[in-house]
Write a protein that binds this ligand. Structure first.
Ligand SMILES: [Zn+2]
Ligand SMILES: [Zn+2]
Length: 272
């Protein structure tokens, strides 16, 4: 039986410029209602101050359509970690009305190159890339504005070779301890699997396992850029059988703490 997720914390719209034309705020919200989702978080990309008008637009549209939607619509943002300062700071502080901030490492440290689409220049030292990533990732866990780390590991697995995998996992394990203490969630992202190479894709469940074992809250994110993928999770489902102590049902159910944060009545209707 296909489980419909009760929420989706990672959703893009046409405003980002690389989404399908179907991904309008109104259509995504209407589709979330059809799926009977309880929470939908619009988490548009923020690459710098120029992106802030997108958030303002989402805020206004959400305000206008929320009364007619059963699903709670959240104005979130997926903000880039600043590639010029490897300390986990965000490129721009999100405005106060942003209710849920995803901090994501997209760009190779010190550049605006986007692996795997932009190849890593040969003159860049993998050791330096690893160190800069490590400092950025650890910094992100301490960043108070960041509610969730977006697709953890996506950048680094595409930027350095397999000889770094065990060191990456050690950094992840340290970071997970801090996120767990701080109540910072990690993104169990469906789209990341398509971005990883074959080896990393097969091993990516280990990142989610170590986060889960450290006590990090894992949240489902489709990272969709179109209507059709909203609430879909084919690659997460493939990874799930490897993971111990955590089920797909648990991942896709709206956690009580999240419902509370956004004032959602999380009672199961069947029990009322
Ligand atoms: Zn995108
Ligand atoms: Zn995203």
């Amino acid at each position: 039986m296909t489980i419909i997720p009760e929420y989706d914390m990672h959703v893009h719209t046409v405003l980002c410029g690389h989404a399908h034309e179907s991904a309008t705020i109104e259509r995504l919200a209407a589709h979330a209602d059809v799926l009977e989702m309880k929470l939908l978080c619009f988490s548009e990309h923020v690459h710098g101050p120029e992106s802030l008008s997108h958030l303002e637009h989402i805020r206004k549209v959400v305000e206008a359509i929320q009364p007619a939607c059963r699903c709670r619509l959240v104005v979130g943002a997926e903000v880039d970690v600043d590639p010029d300062h490897c300390d986990g700071r965000l490129v721009v502080p999100p405005p106060d009305y942003v209710e849920f901030v995803i901090g994501s490492l997209h760009f190779l440290p010190g550049t605006h190159l986007l692996p795997p689409w932009d190849p890593v220049p040969v003159e860049m030292s993998p050791e330096k890339i690893f160190q800069d990533w490590s400092n950025s990732f650890m910094g992100l866990t301490f960043n108070r504005r960041v509610n969730m780390i977006g697709h953890p590991g996506a950048l680094i697995f595409n930027a350095v070779g397999p000889e770094y995998h065990s060191r990456i996992m050690r950094v992840m394990a340290d970071a997970a301890k801090i996120s767990a203490i701080r109540g910072q969630a990690w993104d169990f992202n469906n789209l990341i699997f398509a971005k990883l190479n074959d080896t990393c894709r097969g091993l990516y469940w280990q990142v989610m396992q170590l986060a889960r074992d450290a006590g990090v809250k894992l949240l489902y994110g489709s990272d969709t850029h179109n209507i059709a993928s909203l609430g879909k999770y084919p690659d997460i489902e493939s990874a799930m059988p490897h993971i111990h102590g955590f089920t797909l049902e648990e991942l896709l159910k709206l956690p009580d703490w999240l419902a509370e944060k956004f004032n959602i009545n999380n009672c199961d209707k069947k029990n009322i």
